[in-house]
Design a protein around this ligand. Structure first.
Ligand code: C2E
Ligand code: CA
Ligand code: CA
Ligand code: CA
Length: 274
């Protein structure tokens, strides 16, 4: 607070101004990065439970901001969301991922979709165009969405999911357990897959009830015929626990951090030779 006159105070919050300025600067730089296609995509392996082979990858966007170094997507995706940049950013990632995965036969590619993209009426036709242009088999694509949009606009969300399914892509409910989503959503919206949030996986270490809850959740999903992926696995004990719970797919730093396309290819070739 700043003193003005005698004993009167004017609220002055420098942090807020700095924050707003910083967001504006970031938006300018992000817009330029998208235009120049300076963003890139890294891939985290997705492993089959039991056999422990790489059966897919999740595409994750990266931005090395000039003069600042790498910026976390948790910071710049929300800015892209509020500034209308998310459509072009999302399409860039999808296009790039579809082209790169063509070199990796047989594995699936999961791509994150923001609520802002889902809301765009042109969304499904944009996806359709990327599929056609890249020549990818659409059944290899998994679109990962979080619950937010489904709560806000359930009727519209159901309609969009139905359209996407006609294109032959799969839809996963991401970050399950981090918010308010219930297993009821799986059937209600017709999800093809469920991804258990890493906070639930981490909770396994702390409480026995977490394990029981997880077991029950996975059982219901599987009873509905919906495969379950667990993410954020950082050690073997977690992997084993999740396999015992009945998870179908495993993902986390323990199996591999997000890496370049070259490293993914090397990994697949290495596994193929075994
Ligand atoms: P997400 O979709 O839940 O992605 C998983 C995040 O967890 C990634 O962070 C990944 O690097 C991290 N992770 C994976 N395994 C582990 C682990 O074992 N331990 C820990 N501590 N973390 C792990 P990242 O790449 O920083 O992405 C953060 C979030 O940003 C993503 O969360 C997603 O919501 C968003 N995001 C990333 N790329 C895109 C994109 O292309 N489009 C959209 N719309 N969102 C994206
Ligand atoms: Ca995801
Ligand atoms: Ca997730
Ligand atoms: Ca997330």
């Amino acid at each position: 607070a700043k003193e003005s006159g005698r004993g009167r105070f004017v609220r002055y919050e420098p942090d807020m101004d700095v924050d707003r300025q910083e967001r504006n600067d970031m938006e300018v730089d992000l817009r330029r990065a998208i235009e120049m296609e300076a963003l890139y995509v890294v891939y985290q392996p997705v492993i089959a439970a039991g056999g422990r082979r790489t059966i897919g990858v999740e595409a994750l966007v990266r931005w090395d901001r000039p003069g600042h170094g790498p910026v976390s997507p948790d910071r710049f995706i929300p800015i892209a969301e509020t500034t209308g940049l998310i459509d072009s950013l999302g399409l860039f990632v999808l296009r790039k991922a579809c082209l790169e995965v063509l070199d990796w036969p047989g594995i699936s590619i999961a791509v994150n979709i923001s609520p802002g993209q889902f809301r765009n009426p042109a969304f499904t036709s944009n996806i359709q165009r990327v599929i056609q242009d890249s020549g990818i088999d659409p059944s290899r694509i998994v679109l990962e969405v979080t619950e937010g949009y489904f709560i806000q606009n359930p009727a519209r969300a159901r309609w969009t999911i139905a359209k996407l399914k006609q294109l032959g892509v799969k839809i996963a409910l991401d970050d399950f357990g981090s918010g308010f989503s219930s297993v009821g959503y799986l059937r209600q919206f017709g999800f093809d897959r469920m991804k258990i949030d890493r906070s639930l996986v981490a909770a396994l270490d702390e409480s026995p009830t977490a394990g029981e809850l997880l077991q029950a959740t996975v059982s219901i999903a599987r009873a509905l015929g919906i495969p379950v992926t667990a993410e954020g696995i950082e050690k073997e004990e977690q992997a084993i626990a999740l396999e015992l719970c009945g998870c179908d797919e495993l993902q986390g730093f323990y199996f591999g951090r997000p890496t370049s396309p070259e490293q993914i290819l090397a990994r697949l070739q290495n596994e193929g030779g075994k």
